[in-house]
Structures are given as structure tokens and as C-alpha cells.
Design a protein around this ligand. Structure first.
Ligand code: CDM
Ligand code: ATP
Length: 274
């Protein structure tokens, strides 16, 4: 059984307060975009080990047993005593990009196991499992435009369609640690709440829809801020860093031509239609 875990971008991201448990409350809108990994599971005849993971494409830091797809399997295996599986994961989504690639793989793994082994779990039950694997993991269960608050885990669906817009995503070759990005933030209530800003026309977002991580990440990694400026310079209607970086996306009007390139030759670049 095969699935294509996609990415999310953050439309606005306000870090509103630091919690006693060290995590931060935030407000953001997650929007799914069709930049995808490929993930396949098959029941395995292996008797010695439960998971055989084959990885292709971009390298993932860490050991295979720490891969979030393995963690997703273990989570359901504990409850349902699953047969052994062979997993094929083709990585096309860059890591450390703020695009939620690992979280998406994990969420799609839960959905695949649920379907393949007919576990009959509801979307709500799958969301509960997903939330234990990463802050934004549960979003990828329903995978629809979503307003998120709390630590990024309390969801309400929103009516928002960017259908027809074009997107360019650029990720420079720098690594931003999510944990470190949070530690440099001074939480505050936004002047223009994300939930209200998102209702305004896209052409107005530039001044009102803000990712708070930009103020802490751009000074440390100026190349990311330069990419955002360049996206605007080359005609983006709205441009922003996604999550805690290091990727930046630009939204372009339907029918306009996208820039050939942005930034240095070693950047990752994705162009697509929403
Ligand atoms: C910033 C976002 O990209 C917004 O979409 C996500 O909330 C980040 O989600 P993520 O990468 O899945 O993050 P996790 O792996 O759960 O957390 C990494 C680290 O970030 C910090 N963290 C994360 C989420 C949150 N609401 N507050 C935090 O302070 C914690 O120190 C945590 O140990
Ligand atoms: N299947 C996976 N794909 C990518 N990374 C994974 C995976 N499993 C575990 N990881 C680990 O998770 C880390 C973060 O990966 P991820 O692709 O989620 O990045 P991110 O862009 O920082 O996501 P986010 O938007 O959640 O901050 C990687 O450095 C890697 O060590």
C-alpha cells in the first residue's frame, strides 16, 4: 500500500506565551502543499524483526530506528500487535525546513497501517496517536487548511482556498534548530491575530500576516531573509518563512511566471500550483 506524505506551510505564526512545561503556545494556519515523499508498506515475511526500513532520496539524520515512521509503527504495534512490515520511504521533502516532512511521514504511516491492517481507527483516534509523535503531526491526518493553537495541536478547520495560486519554496543550505528558534523568542500577543489576518485578501497579507520566528532567525541566518526579499522582488504577492525555517515560500498570482532561480546554486527549490 502506497501513500504520498505532503508538506504544510505556515500562514502566519504568532508565539503568544511560554508555558510552565517549557513549550510555547502559538497561533498559526497550516496549509497543505503537494511537495511529497513516497511511503510504501508491505506485510513482511521477516520473523526476526518487526520493521525493515529502506530509505531512498535525500538523507535523513539519525538512526533508522529513530525515524518517525518507525515510531509511528511502534505506537500502533504496542496496541494492536501488528505483523512485521517492510517500509520503503523515498525522501523528497527537505528536513529542518519548517515544512513538517517528518511529521507528515509519521501521520501517513499511521493512516497506512490503519488501512492496510483494517484497524478501524477513526480520524479523531488517529489524531490522538499522531499528537504524541510531534507538535504538528496530527494536522496531517485530516490534511486540510487548519487554524492551530495551543502548542500547535488544537485544531479548527477554516474555509480558505488558495486554489490557482502558484507557489515557490526555497530552502537554503542552512539548518535551524526548532528548539533553538523557540528559545530566542519573546512571546507576545500579535497586533493582528492570525485568525483575522487570514480573512483579508492575500494582497494585504504582506503587512499583517507575520511569522514571529523571522525576527529571531533572520539575524542569525541572513541568507533566509535575503531569499524572502528576493521572492518579493521577483513578484511574489506574499512571502514568508515557514515554521521555524529554514525554508521560505512565495505565493504568486495565477498565470504569472515564477522566477527562474532564487539564491545560491545549492538551494533546494520547489515550484508548484496550489
Ligand atoms: C514551529 C512549527 O513548525 C509550527 O508549525 C511546529 O510547531 C514545530 O513542530 P515540530 O518540529 O514537530 O516540533 P517538536 O519536534 O514537537 O518540538 C521541537 C522543540 O521545539 C520546542 N517547541 C515546539 C512546539 C511548541 N509549541 N513549543 C515549543 O517550545 C520544544 O523545545 C521542542 O522540544
Ligand atoms: N521520516 C523522517 N523524515 C525526516 N526527518 C525525520 C524523519 N524521521 C525522523 N526525522 C528527524 O526529524 C528531524 C526534523 O525533520 P522534519 O523533516 O520534520 O523537519 P522540519 O522541517 O524541522 O519540520 P517542522 O516543520 O516540524 O519543524 C530530522 O532532522 C530527522 O533527524
Amino acid at each position: 500500500m502506497l501513500a504520498f506524505p505532503n508538506i504544510k506551510i505556515n500562514l502566519g505564526l504568532s508565539i503568544t506565551e511560554k508555558r510552565p512545561d517549557g513549550y510555547h503556545n502559538l497561533e498559526t494556519v497550516f496549509y497543505p502543499v503537494a511537495l511529497e515523499d513516497a511511503l510504501e508498506i508491505r506485510t513482511s515475511s521477516e520473523t526476526e524483526k518487526k520493521i525493515t526500513l529502506h530509505q531512498y532520496g535525500m538523507e535523513i539524520a539519525g538512526n533508522p530506528e529513530d525515524n518517525l515512521v518507525a515510531k509511528a509503527y511502534s505506537l500502533l504495534d504496542k496496541e494492536f500487535h501488528l505483523p512485521p512490515v517492510e517500509i520503503h520511504l523515498y525522501k523528497h521533502i527537505p528536513s529542518g525546513a519548517g515544512l513538517g516532512g517528518g511529521s507528515s511521514d509519521a501521520a501517513f504511516m499511521l493512516k497506512l497501517l490503519n488501512d492496510h491492517f483494517q484497524l478501524e481507527l477513526s480520524e479523531e483516534q488517529l489524531e490522538v496517536y499522531a499528537a504524541t509523535l510531534g507538535a504538528d503531526c496530527a494536522f496531517f491526518i485530516k490534511n486540510k487548511p487548519t487554524y492551530a493553537e495551543g502548542i500547535g495541536n488544537l485544531f479548527s478547520p477554516i474555509e480558505l482556498s488558495l486554489s490557482g495560486y502558484q507557489i515557490m519554496i526555497v530552502k537554503p543550505n542552512v539548518f535551524v534548530s526548532t528548539r533553538e528558534a523557540f528559545s530566542n523568542i519573546h512571546p507576545h500577543r500579535p497586533e493582528y491575530p492570525v485568525k483575522e489576518a487570514i480573512l483579508r485578501p492575500v494582497a494585504e497579507w504582506k503587512d499583517i500576516l507575520i511569522n514571529d520566528f523571522e525576527a529571531s532567525v533572520f539575524p542569525q541566518h541572513p541568507v533566509i531573509g535575503e531569499i524572502k526579499r528576493e521572492l518579493y522582488h521577483q513578484g511574489a504577492i506574499y512571502a514568508s518563512m515557514s515554521g521555524s525555517g529554514s525554508s521560505v515560500f512565495g505565493l504568486f498570482a495565477p498565470g504569472t511566471s515564477l522566477p527562474e532561480t532564487i539564491g545560491e546554486s545549492d538551494v533546494f527549490c520547489f515550484k508548484g500550483k496550489l
